[in-house]
Design a protein around this ligand. Structure first.
Ligand code: ADP
Length: 181
């Protein structure tokens, strides 16, 4: 595990559904009904309580769907974490559609919910770099800068984990942020 930002940012390979951080982040879609990839894995392992809460949020707060870059919190069902923070992954088009800004907002809004809920630890998957097609090196610089900037201002969450499913994704991330360290 790589540790950066005075020990507050931890970067590792793993399965986010096994993380016992206070919250894990879901790379959801606007429907909040679950889907493929990490979204499917979280709902499958977490069980039906998460989906029920998501549908309640849809009905009462976001009848049109959760917009890209926004985030909401539910319990974590049978997962080892306490909460799931669902954020909507921006879809990469050509880089000129505010993709970077929206990806940054997805991380920032998830972190903000963690702060407001008083959470010590949060784990993120590599949002948008799967089916949403975000180039991994561009995502890496956005993610690192966003987290660094946020943690400089806030004492909670104390620890942020970036959990990469594949070793290759982990290595691309680490080599992409080298010039910022
Ligand atoms: P997106 O729509 O945000 O691109 P994906 O789920 O397709 O969402 O991919 C996001 C990232 O999550 C990918 O790097 C994928 O390999 C990774 N991923 C898939 N399953 C898991 C898991 N169980 N734990 C951590 N990361 C995962």
């Amino acid at each position: 595990m790589e540790t950066l930002l005075d020990g507050r940012l931890k970067i590792l390979q793993g399965d986010i559904t096994e993380c016992s951080t206070d919250a894990v982040v879901n790379a959801a879609n606007g429907s909040l009904r679950g889907g493929g990839g990490v979204d499917g894995a979280i709902h499958r392992k977490g069980g039906p309580d998460i989906l029920r809460e998501c549908m309640d949020i849809r009905q009462h707060r976001y009848p049109e769907g959760l917009p890209q870059g926004k985030a909401v919190i539910t319990s974590a069902g049978k997962l080892p974490s306490k909460y799931v923070i669902h954020t909507v992954s921006p879809v990469w088009k050509d880089g000129s559609k505010n993709e970077k800004e929206i990806l940054s907002m997805a991380y920032k809004n998830s972190l903000r919910i963690a702060t407001e809920t008083g959470l010590n630890s949060i784990a993120f998957p590599s949002i948008s770099t799967g089916v949403c097609g975000f180039p991994r090196d561009i995502a890496a610089s956005v993610v690192y800068k966003t987290i660094k900037n946020y943690l400089q201002k806030k004492s909670l969450p104390r620890e942020v984990y970036l959990v990469f499913y594949s070793e290759d994704d982990l290595n691309v991330f680490l080599s992409s942020i080298k010039s910022f360290l």
